[in-house]
Design a protein around this ligand. Structure first.
Ligand SMILES: O=C(O)CCC(=O)C(=O)O
Length: 263
């Protein structure tokens, strides 16, 4: 594609916020230092291999791609990613106070993988959409993302269309979002996007999607069933993010706390 406005890779938060508003996504460089990105990548690759060996894997796309789900139960480094202050600051701007973690998983795009269907992450909501996002996502690049190895592809500005796309595997209307390992792409839940095709001979593209939602939207992961209680005990700061705290009158247990407002 030519002449498409695309986000600038930056460490300037104001610049990133401007891209997010105008284009529906932004790119922040170096939020994760190179050695940390490499260590997290190794951990994801090990988990992916171990899940295949255990028969609990989520391999798809004819064996080319693999998801590793529910990362909070698979290492405290993933709680740090979910709670990252730069990303959560942007999330509170996009989603308001009390936002939740909808899910956190890894997506590995391997050689031979075709494009994912074009979608927006809030396609569960019927159109017309409100003029603000219901959900938002952060893609943490653990490898250099390139057009060849399956970088996420987006339609810049599509977050303003008010509805999702007709799902298609076509990648001609999308543009690849490339960046060095350690870059994080934060994107509005209305943005049309897809995983790119991986046309390399042997590169596996590792990324972590930390996916958030407004506090009145159902989370993708059912945390109440899936979170390991030891994780919550070790990392109590996750409680609010996973929906264990009240949001106005949502999330009550036997009514509101007795010292609070009555209705
Ligand atoms: O892995 C990617 O590049 C994007 C994945 C994606 O679009 C999704 O999980 O909704």
């Amino acid at each position: 594609m030519t002449d498409v406005a695309t986000a600038t890779i930056t460490s300037d938060l104001d610049r990133a916020k401007a891209d997010l508003a105008a284009l529906g996504y932004c790119l922040l460089e170096g939020v994760m230092k190179a050695d940390r990105a490499a260590a997290v990548r190794t951990r994801i690759a090990d988990l992916a291999e171990a899940e295949i060996a255990a028969g609990t894997d989520y391999v798809y796309e004819n064996g080319a791609n693999q998801r590793v789900w529910t990362l909070l139960n698979k290492g405290d480094e993933f709680a740090d990613i979910a709670l990252d202050p730069t990303v959560t600051d942007l999330m509170s701007q996009l989603l308001g106070y009390g936002f939740l973690l909808s899910n956190i998983d890894a997506n590995i795009a391997g050689p031979g993988g075709k494009p994912m269907f074009l979608h927006a992450d809030q396609s569960f909501a019927p159109p017309p959409w409100p003029p603000w996002p219901l959900v938002a996502n952060a893609m943490w690049m653990l490898d250099d993302f390139t057009a060849e190895n399956g970088a996420t592809r987006v339609v810049p500005g599509s977050h303003l269309k008010g509805e999702g796309p007709v799902p298609t595997l076509e990648d001609k209307i999308t543009t690849p979002v490339t960046g060095p390992a350690g870059t994080v792409m934060v994107f509005d839940g209305r943005l049309w996007h897809q995983t790119g095709a991986n046309v390399t001979e042997g590169q596996r593209r590792h990324g972590i999607l930390a996916y958030y939602c407004r506090p009145f939207v159902r989370t993708q992961e059912n945390w109440f069933l899936s979170i390991d209680p030891d994780v919550l005990e070790r990392r109590p700061e996750l409680r609010a993010l996973l929906g264990y705290e009240l949001y106005l009158s949502l999330g009550m247990v036997d009514g509101m706390p007795r010292q609070g407002p009555r209705f």
